[in-house]
Write a protein that binds this ligand. Structure first.
Ligand SMILES: CC(C)(COP(=O)(O)OP(=O)(O)OC[C@H]1O[C@@H](n2cnc3c(N)ncnc32)[C@H](O)[C@@H]1OP(=O)(O)O)[C@@H](O)C(=O)NCCC(=O)NCCS
Length: 426
């Protein structure tokens, strides 16, 4: 007999089915609760709410597991690339050589932006925040592809392969152009026959007559950074993408909303906050010890620590921690901020406050140091996260577009005034 959960409300018992995921996760299916009882569930911040069934990513935060389509992140980090992992996340299986070649080719061919974009960029103040520019530009790209942005699911899905490649490719071009706009530099066109990361670095840093040459270590570190951000189940931005998609909005509009959601310091903005925190600690001559005390007393927050889901080491932080050492070693320079980060990590992992609350380093703790070593300016860090997260947003958009027909619409418990009446200002 299938398992059920019994809920007693006002003395009456109601039975609800228990559903299980493929990894043994359990949920009480309360979809009929309101109809049966008039009650809803209250779950501020959705910490106990499964908003969907999804085949894409599995996270077990208690023990620190992250798998895409069943494959552990450690194996992908070792054997795959950002584009290989993007294919896996989007299409559900590892690409064959032919599939990989076709996918990479579609991405390469879609790198450049329409000439009008020069005007769109010049419409922004040069100090506009890159995340604001990115969100606006992704929707703008959609305006040039009306066949992919019809908001008719069947039609938008017909163009899915091209739209997905176009977004993965152009998000990188927009990021590079935004950086150059802010730095007052001329835009650089993409090159053919070079890798995804190398092309990005070329569009960011090449100068007239001085082609930027990425070392293999830099390319590998940045590719790993993107790969480790490819998807992370129902976080704030991905849930936003799904929410927007549930209303029938096209992929460009949905991922543009995802960028806005990612911007906040408690989400994608944390990688920027970590480096700013490390710099501030360094500037005051502290080795991190005073900062730990401030974090414990609630006067400061140890950015890059703690996670809504991980109550153990974020596996991505482990991989990035060692990748940071390898990259800095290859560049032959040390970074005092890395020493502070290592000290903070060690001190926090041994401290009762952090142990009790199960606060461990998350993906943002080391990622900022990698980006800094590559020469990415701090204000671009969250944009880099967005480039990496694009395949996850696309895969989640597709799940909604091919699956659920219901618009997402949570309910609320109203706690405002009652029985008020209109009183004229006079
Ligand atoms: C990620 C984060 C928002 C998760 O929040 P959450 O699951 O809602 O956890 P809470 O805010 O309820 O924190 C639980 C307790 O740990 C403390 N805490 C959580 N993160 C902390 C941090 N980074 N530094 C110091 N204390 C922290 C809280 O103050 C709280 O303490 P209390 O029980 O004494 O009130 C939070 O850990 C955080 O702000 N981290 C820093 C930002 C960051 O790195 N974000 C990137 C996430 S990938």
């Amino acid at each position: 007999m299938s398992e059920t959960a019994t809920i007693t409300i006002e003395g009456k018992q109601y039975e609800y089915p228990v559903i299980s995921g493929t990894e043994g996760e359990k949920a009480v299916d309360v979809r009929k609760l309101r109809g049966d009882t008039g009650y809803i569930t209250y779950d501020d911040g959705y910490g106990n709410t499964g908003s969907c069934l999804s085949d894409i990513t599995f996270v077990n935060g208690e023990v620190g597991i992250l798998r895409h389509r069943g494959i552990p992140i450690e194996e992908l980090a070792e054997h795959s690339s950002f584009l290989g992992t993007s294919f896996l996340v989007i299409y559900g299986h590892l690409p064959s050589n032919e599939e990989m070649a076709a996918f990479s080719d579609r991405i390469s061919r879609n790198a450049d932006l329409h000439e009008d974009f020069r005007h769109h960029f010049s419409g922004f103040p040069t100090d506009a925040h890159p995340m604001a520019v990115l969100s606006a530009m992704l929707n703008a790209v959609g305006c040039y592809h009306s066949e992919m942005t019809s908001n008719n699911r069947e039609q938008d899905l017909e163009h899915f392969d091209r739209a997905a490649a176009l977004l993965i490719s152009k998000v990188r071009t927009i990021a590079a152009m935004t950086y150059r706009m802010g730095a007052g530099l001329p835009f650089v066109s993409s090159r053919e026959n070079i890798g995804y990361v190398e092309n990005f670095l070329h569009m960011m840093f090449s100068e007239e007559g001085a082609e930027y040459q990425a070392t293999p270590e830099i390319s590998r570190a940045l590719d790993l950074f993107f790969l480790l951000h490819a998807d992370h189940e129902q976080n704030c931005s991905t849930s936003t993408v799904r929410m927007v998609a549930s209303g029938g909005a096209n992929m460009f509009a949905s991922v543009s909303a995802g960028v806005s959601a990612l911007w906040g310091p408690l989400h994608g903005g944390a990688n920027t906050a970590v480096v700013k925190m490390l710099q501030a600690i360094h500037d005051t001559g502290d080795d991190g010890s005073k900062f730990i005390e401030a974090a414990k007393s609630g006067k400061a927050r140890l950015m890059g620590f703690g996670h809504r889901v991980y109550k153990n080491y974020d596996p991505r932080a482990k991989i990035l921690g060692s990748a940071t050492e390898v990259l800095l070693g290859s560049l032959g320079h040390s970074d005092p901020l890395l020493d502070i980060a290592r000290h903070l990590e060690k001190a926090a992992l041994e401290d009762e406050y952090f142990i009790e609350r199960k606060l461990y380093p998350n993906v943002d703790f080391y990622s900022g140091l990698i980006l800094k070593a590559v020469g990415i300016p701090v204000e671009m860090f969250t944009v880099m996260f967005a480039i990496g997260r694009m395949p996850g947003w696309i895969a989640n958009w597709r799940e909604i577009a091919t699956g659920s027909k219901r618009i997402h619409r949570p309910r609320q418990i109203y706690t405002g005034k009652v029985d008020q009446h209109f009183v004229s200002a006079e």
